[in-house]
Write a protein that binds this ligand. Sequence first.
Ligand code: ATP
Length: 442
Amino acid sequence: KRQEKNIRQILLERLPKDIVSLLQLAGQTGQELDVAVYAVGGFVRDMLLGIPNDDIDLVVEGDGIAFAQDLGRKLGARVRPHLKFRTAVLILPGGQKIDVATARLEYYEYPAALPIVELSSLKMDLYRRDFSINTLAIHLCPPHFGRLVDFFGGQQDIKDGIIRVLHSLSFVEDPTRIIRAIRFEQRFQFKIGGQTERLIKNAVRLNIFQKLSGARIRHELRLLAEDSAPLDAFIRMRDLGLLQEIHPLLHFPQTKEALLEEIERVITWYKLLFREEAPDIWIVYFLGLVSGFDTHQVQALTSRLRFPPKRIELVESTRRQLRYVAMQLAQWGKNEGSAADLYDILSPLSLEGLLYTMAKQRKLELKKAVSHYLTHLQDVGILVTGSDIKKMGLEPGPRFANILRAVKRAVLNGEVRTREDQLKYARRMAASLQGQEPKAVS
Ligand code: ATP
């Protein structure tokens, strides 16, 4: 049964003004072209939950591409049509994206002499989706603007906090939905419904993951790692028998949970720094999942999950560095080494390797050292350049790099700060090197 109610008021109250105008313009455009237009999916779900979401998905009952082009003209947006799927992406001047899909009218011919039925094309489109909470639609065309369309009980499930599939073959059709179910469960603190959980266990018994491509599984695991509460999600996957179904080596023992928890903590901390460089969070978790494994075991997993060559290289080179870095770091702590020494130890590591190293340290002062590197030391630059040194009368050569490195060490150690002081320091270094054979300064 189809439930309808008008949520125009909620929409006007909860959404930012520019989004409301966008939706209104989309609705008017639909009306002009005589096609019905709906906002659907995660956007509607999040609005009802009171969570901001700028990813607008529209479904058009009619020619979606023609609609997208018309709307694009009005908005001054770029339109990228995808003819094969009759979809289009609008990219607004501000960078905001709107996805437009076409819902085709489909005619179902029943056997015998029953009449041909025209099913609502919107309903057919929504029926292909993963969970009831993602099947809500809002009519945008005047005079229906704000009418909520709920074919599959999505509203009730949002109220009750339930993740529910639409039909019993859903996971067989697309096993990645199992990982999505767990991701949504953790993100919204919802619960996978009883029948849906039984279907997951059934699917596991049928070994449906074994036929699924590594790339698709990895993509979903990556989204899981980037979403909220990844550790709980991984534990849920493990307890449902999913991780071992993907590969027996993925089944992590309880003893690894402390490290994974520490990784979660470090990543949360790093996100709050709002730094420009974003780590591949999944790789940091992966390093945790494979800690203590040998190279063959890691290769078995990267090949099952079809890691791209660059990611394999990142994992392998980071793992090679980690042991050495851990040793040096311990030594550094014992010797109360300088900031410049710390810099030399940590600067070869990738961001993923750094975050993993920070999580892995048991000693608080070493954790703090890595965090100090991430927040301060790695950004340290110097105010002396090669041309300054040239003006000191030195011929360009390896000594240049040595002098600049020595200045940088002095800056890292807080021995010099201003450009003046740095120049003075460089001059002293240059003088002591004059006439000497080039050799490394350490
Ligand atoms: P997010 O906030 O993570 O983007 P979303 O619900 O918008 O959540 P998307 O992955 O962007 O999720 O997908 C957009 C819509 O497409 C979803 O609302 C969902 O209904 C549908 N969808 C995505 N993946 C699948 C799938 N594997 N099977 C069925 N429907 C899917």
